[in-house]
Write a protein that binds this ligand. Sequence first.
Ligand code: PNS
Length: 162
Amino acid sequence: MKQDDHRLALYPGSFDPFTLGHLDIVARASRIFDEIEVTVAVNTSKKHLMSVEERCRLIEECVADYPNVNVASFEGLLVDHARERGAVALVRGLRQVSDFDFEFRMAFANRRLHEGLETVFLMTSEKHALIAASIVREIHHWGGDISSFVPEPVLRALNNAR
Ligand code: PNS
């Protein structure tokens, strides 16, 4: 394969924590693109459950079965990171119609900043359509069972941190 034909897509997000819904999107995207980078955003203004390093380490464990998926963190504008990495697309997961408003605005902003970078929306499996990291954080905070929301490595890490 020529180097130019290698199609890298970034799957950016906060992933705090990485959920089964995120894993479902990774699986779908990995079948479409040659390589997927799960791109963990460093956002100093948000209060996080886990550090960026820990999120990256856990996501690496969760995606170990996908040889064309890797994990990286970035700080700054996503389009700058995409240019640096030579990515052709951004992947974002859609769970429900209400996600679309924010996603639509973000995709247009990113396109204005980087015309050659496409945003590709993938739908999660129905069974993960109601999982949101914020809800998982809330349930975990109050000691609830999050085993049906997150992959095994994330569950272990969060339970150990109690
Ligand atoms: O999982 P999230 O929190 O919905 O992900 C949002 C994320 C990290 C993709 C977005 O906030 C982002 O790209 N941040 C980096 C800064 C940037 O490039 N902002 C312009 C896009 S509107």
